[in-house]
Write a protein that binds this ligand. Structure first.
Ligand SMILES: [Zn+2]
Length: 198
């Protein structure tokens, strides 16, 4: 069962009923008939989907990054092509693509690889702009793992650019955030960039 039906009252004391009513109003606003067969359950479905796509608000990144392991080496750890899906806070339309994360451990302190994917989810599943999403992922890793360096790149395709406005289908937005050694050392940054572009 969806979290929407588990809690009839959502954040800010807004009832599920009031939320679905708002979607019905939007359907009327664009000239649709919310009572026709295909649309009857749409307000419910939309609210459930929206809650699912913003689940990240209820997860604390510290919980994900607090379990660490000891490794023998302090070499760069890189995970690339982590899929993400987020919602642009300006249009409530999706933007999606891939994230690449690298860090250089301090005293061999590492996290499980799935934790990096989880941290991408936690910050993606909120209303976002890609620049801030990139910073938040890098800042969280920097704060809780205290590595010698962290590098994060997001490559995203934004529906709000594809389906409305300028309607550019193939533009990819690339954002990056670097800390520590990746910021200070051109060699480390170049190594990261060349590994993710392969
Ligand atoms: Zn947008």
């Amino acid at each position: 069962m969806s979290p929407f039906f588990k809690k009839a009252i959502g954040a800010n004391n807004i009832s599920a009923e009031k939320a679905t009513e708002a979607v019905r109003t939007l359907l009327l606003y664009i000239g649709e008939n919310p009572n026709r067969e295909g649309l009857v359950d749409t307000p419910d479905r939309f609210c459930r989907a929206l809650l699912e796509m913003t689940e990240g608000y209820s997860t604390n990144p510290e919980e994900i990054l607090s379990t660490t392991f000891e490794s023998e080496s302090d070499e760069m750890v890189l995970v690339k092509n982590i899929e993400f899906n987020s919602l642009c806070e300006h249009h409530l339309l999706s933007f999606a693509g891939k994230a690449h994360i690298a860090y250089i451990p301090t005293d061999g302190k590492i996290v499980g690889l799935s934790k990096l994917a989880r941290i991408v989810d936690v910050f993606s599943q909120r209303l976002q702009v890609q620049e801030r999403l990139t910073q938040q992922v890098a800042n969280a890793i920097n704060k809780y793992l205290r590595p010698q360096g962290v590098a994060v790149v997001f490559e995203g395709v934004h529906s709000c650019m594809c389906v409305r406005g300028v309607r550019k289908q193939n533009s990819t937005m690339i954002t990056s955030a670097m800390h520590g050694q990746f910021r200070d050392s051109l060699a480390s940054r170049n190594e990261f960039m060349s590994l993710i572009s392969k």
